[in-house]
Design a protein around this ligand. Structure first.
Ligand code: 9MR
Ligand code: 9MR
Ligand code: ZN
Length: 513
């Protein structure tokens, strides 16, 4: 068991560099050059800290002042045991080279409905047959879009936040050679197909049940079912297309028209029941308790895109809400409103202060978490995204309201957790880090027998989802941040998903990693 936890890619010379040693007996540490074993830096460990999420006493090994480029590892004497070593890592100008490209490349691999030319993972077009609208004999072409995750369902709700993250990453990045990723338009074309003539948007399309774990996409031949229209999918669709309309000038009218019709449907059907899988369908549900946050987001995006009064009227102090996960989307609404021309000054100030309070809460939790997170003891299905989402909130504030260096630094600390500085010394991104995930719950990975680089794993899940047998077998009784297994069967700790990739991509690209 590794006890000295580092970002397995390393650090940039001028960044703060802190490793965590999960052994209170370690009091001093050495930084050793890998090539010749020379000790290049010695330091004292910080005071003992109790980390609630791993239920361990840890110490910080801070070597920020050492900035010489090279490959190193850390070494320390542990209580009563021999010296322990960390995984070797780089100090260099760009230890994260290739990371953002790989995180984005994932969206090419997840393409549905087209021939995929991608080495080992190549396959002919999948899921191209017409789909049946549930409960009718109506057939519809809804080909295209991305497979959601390790399964081949295509769901509007999680796809909406994915598109938002990719477009906002483009918009807020200060990289000189940025460009709008082509794969986003691929997804938007699918969105357009998922709208009914009535303006409402179908919640999802998939086979009725999940297929075998070792099936390539084109080998899934079950009938495709389009699930009923939902309020959350329709509001998310309106928000996403209104947002996208400013990125694709040539398509602006098509996108805005679809977004407006979706909005009108929401206004005409405010009491539509929240989505649950209809009888016979058991793929991803993406149900919700409330659509208020999705409607708030849609109103803010449509107002930002059109400046029209009817959307402004829907935005009130009471409607302001927070959230950056597929179930709670409020912060995206704030982000849209803060960018809108002609926004109401008082409402804008209110939203800034709501976002600032939220960021301060994140910073308070962050101050108590040696691994650089702000989770408390909450590690649930998709915890890697939740870690990235806290960083995302900090970056939205810092880039849209006021440049805030301590928020920027905290966001980077969250990334160190994802890249291996965590209680398990586990890099949650395939191909990045000496101990990166290798066996994600991802059908093409299982079918081919190899994972492609740049996939973000869901991560530690202290809830021990009962149906996830392998997670229960290996992690029962463990503290929340240690409930993880790099195993193809652990769908609740080691699946991959488009919105987990997009969240991490957003943070990594804004931080120029
Ligand atoms: O593979 C499925 C995965 O994509 C879902 O996230 C997960 C949760 O609904 O379910 C997985 O399917 C499993 C099923 O629920 C239980 N039996 C094993 C399946 C994995 O092969
Ligand atoms: O990411 C979703 C997570 O927040 C939920 O707790 C979980 C159970 O409802 O579902 C996750 O989403 C899965 C979806 O239902 C099917 N495709 C794979 C998704 C990631 O595991
Ligand atoms: Zn497909």
């Amino acid at each position: 068991m590794l006890k000295i936890h580092v970002n397995q890619l390393g650090w940039r010379p001028t960044d703060a560099k802190k490793a965590i040693i999960s052994d209170a007996g370690a009091t001093a540490f050495e930084l050793v050059r890998e090539a010749d074993g020379a000790i290049v830096f010695r330091g004292k460990c910080g005071a003992e800290i109790f980390d609630a999420a791993s239920e361990e006493k840890v110490r910080v090994a801070d070597f920020s002042e050492f900035a010489d480029e090279g490959k190193y590892f850390l070494r320390s004497e542990l209580s009563g045991a021999a010296a322990d070593k960390s995984i070797p890592f780089n100090i260099g100008k760009n230890p994260y080279a290739g990371l953002c490209d790989a995180l984005l490349e994932f969206f090419n691999y997840q393409k549905c409905g087209v021939d995929l030319d991608a080495g080992l993972w190549s396959h002919p077009a999948c899921h191209t047959s017409l789909a049946t609208v549930y409960g009718t004999d109506k057939k519809k072409d809804v080909s295209g879009g991305w497979h959601d995750a390790g399964d081949y369902g295509r769901y509007i709700v999680p796809a909406a936040m994915t598109v938002a993250d990719l477009l906002l990453a483009y918009e807020l990045s200060d990289s000189p050679d940025k460009k709008i990723p082509d794969v986003v338009w691929f997804e938007l074309e699918w969105f357009l197909k998922m709208q009914c003539k009535c303006g409402g948007v179908y919640h999802k399309v998939s086979c009725a049940t999940f297929n075998a774990l070792d099936e390539m996409p084109h080998d899934e031949h079950g009938d495709l079912v389009i699930c009923p229209i939902s309020l959350t999918a329709t509001a998310d669709f309106a928000a996403t297309l209104a947002l996208a309309s400013r990125f694709y000038p040539a398509k602006k009218d098509v996108l805005l028209d679809a977004a407006r019709r979706a909005w009108d449907w929401c206004m005409e059907n405010p009491d539509a029941p929240m989505f649950t899988n209809p009888p016979g369908v058991s793929t991803g549900g993406y149900g919700d308790k409330s659509a208020a946050d999705e409607i708030f987001w849609a109103a803010c995006e449509l107002f930002s895109a059109t400046g029209e009064k009817k959307y402004a009227d829907a935005i009130t102090e009471n409607s302001i809400c927070l959230g950056l996960g597929w179930g709670d989307m409020g912060t995206y609404g704030i982000v849209a409103y803060l960018r809108a021309a002609n926004a109401d000054a008082a409402l804008r100030e209110k939203m800034k202060s709501v976002l600032r309070d939220h960021c301060e809460e994140i910073m308070q939790a962050h101050a108590n978490e040696p691994y650089g997170t702000s989770q408390g003891v909450s590690y649930r299905w998709g915890s890697t995204m939740q870690v990235a989402n806290s960083a995302k909130a900090l970056l939205f504030y810092s880039r849209l309201v006021e440049k805030t260096p301590r928020y920027e630094n905290a966001a980077l600390e969250h990334m160190h957790y994802i890249l291996g500085r965590n209680p398990l010394s586990q890099s949650y991104i395939s191909g990045f880090g000496a101990n990166a995930i290798k066996y994600p719950h991802h059908r093409p990975t299982v079918a081919v027998g190899a994972a492609f680089p740049g996939m973000v794993s869901g991560g530690a899940n202290g809830d021990l989802t009962p149906r996830d047998l392998i997670l229960n077998e290996t992690c029962a009784g463990k503290p929340p941040s240690k409930c993880f297994i790099d195993h193809i069967d652990s769908f609740s700790s080691n699946e991959v998903a488009i919105y987990w990739n997009a969240s991490v991509f957003f943070v990594a690209s804004l931080l120029n990693m």
